[in-house]
Ligand binder design. Structure first.
Ligand SMILES: *Cc1c(COP(=O)(O)O)cnc(C)c1O
Length: 380
């Protein structure tokens, strides 16, 4: 068997013991004589699978009892619409005239820290009166801006907790008082301790730190449900899914099972405290290598650097050689078994995503490769 070190931003590396267990249980899960993929979601065989997954997530994240945990579909991108619909939707949306002075829409605040925030903002603008309290667009999103206080009449306040593409992270979340704080935690959930009680809603697509693509986890405070306007499609209402234990319709059964295996792996490893130490060590190694490198650098403000996604660029190369050198890096790294290191198509450069499942050996192998690569391009 050949395994590479996979630095993909998502879908991304999964822990090998999880894949091996899934393989072992593929045709006969837990003595049922069936694959989890083949089980009715209403069967007595499947029920413990989803219940165990939820219980493990509650335990690992210390989720208070007055929060619901939902397993949905549609990715984080659907949450960009579900959040404003459910938390700020109004019964009747008048046709907005230019200026929209008498807009009946509810007010919501967003902080713009990158491409995903921007998408969330645009989607929310269809259902709510969005104010962008701060943005780091002026410096290509390489830092986290100072977050202003929310307006008292904001229905919620939204941040993207970890910015997968540009590699920034909120090390301290804004204090929003009684205004519910909502966050997209797709690329950092379970990477570090997080005080769930500070949030109204936390959502995350699974394919970065939780499991395979196909399931989206939503953690939502109970009192924030049941507010969606009556015209909201039933599938897009949080309360629909909460009332039915994420079984209103067929949930993404197999993906939920895989998340359960990942959570079990994480628990055996010592939980979030343990993984966060490993994550700090991994990212620390890579950032200190970048600091000392004569060839590469991190474009991100030091205080705001992500532990999960680490973009890097050439320190100084002539503009006409940049693209060539970037593709050479990505190609030669892949040949050395270090794959998916290209930066996001919109920002270029390179990026190493080092989620929970990336072993420290992978980071060391990458640094070793980069040291050799530096040498080889400088001796040309
Ligand atoms: C990957 C990602 C998304 C998009 O997730 P989908 O599941 O593809 O919709 C949104 N936000 C962040 C922060 C991401 O990393």
């Amino acid at each position: 068997m050949k395994r590479v070190f996979n630095f993909s931003p998502g879908p991304s590396v999964l822990p090998l013991p999880v894949l091996e267990r899934a393989a072992a249980e593929m045709c006969d899960a837990n003595g049922t004589g069936q694959s989890v993929m083949e089980m009715s979601h209403r069967s007595k065989d499947y029920k413990p699978v989803i219940e165990k997954t939820e219980a493990l997530l509650r335990e690992l994240m210390d989720i208070p009892a007055h929060y619901n945990v939902l397993f949905l579909q549609g990715g984080a991108s659907l949450q960009f619409a579900m959040v404003p619909l459910n938390l700020a939707g109004v019964e009747q949306v008048e046709q907005e005239t230019s200026g929209g002075q008498n807009s009946p829409q509810k007010k919501v605040s967003y902080i713009d820290t990158g491409i995903w925030s921007d998408k969330a903002i645009k989607e929310a603008g269809k259902y709510a009166d969005v104010s962008v309290g701060a943005s780091s667009k002026d410096k290509s999103y390489t830092y986290i801006p100072v977050a202003p206080a929310p307006d008292a009449d904001d229905a919620y306040y939204h941040i993207t907790l970890n910015n997968t593409i540009v590699g920034t992270t909120w090390n301290k979340v804004p204090e929003t008082g009684p205004v519910p704080l909502v966050t997209d935690a797709s690329s950092c959930i379970l990477s570090e301790p997080l005080d769930v009680s500070k949030f109204g809603v936390i959502y995350a697509g699974a394919q970065k730190n939780l499991g395979p693509a196909g399931v989206t986890v939503v953690i939502i405070r109970e009192d924030l449900m049941g507010k969606a306007p009556s015209w909201t499609p039933v599938m897009l209402r949080y309360d629909t899914h909460a009332k039915e234990g994420s079984m209103y319709n067929t949930p993404p059964c197999y993906a939920v099972y895989m998340v359960g295996l990942v959570l079990e792996w994480l628990k055996n490893l010592g939980g979030i405290e343990a993984i966060s130490q490993i994550n700090r060590e991994k990212a620390g190694l890579f950032y200190s290598y970048l600091e000392s490198s004569k060839t590469f650098l991190s474009p991100v403000a030091k205080a705001d650097r992500s532990l999960m996604n680490i973009p890097f660029v050439y320190r100084d190369v002539p503009a006409d050689k940049k693209t060539d050198l970037e593709s050479r890096f990505v190609k030669e790294a892949a040949a050395a078994g270090l794959v998916n290191l290209a930066g996001h198509r919109l920002v270029g450069g390179m990026r190493a995503s080092i989620y929970n499942a990336m072993p420290i050996e992978g980071v060391k192998a990458l640094i070793g490769f980069m040291e050799q690569f530096e040498h080889s391009i400088r001796s040309v």
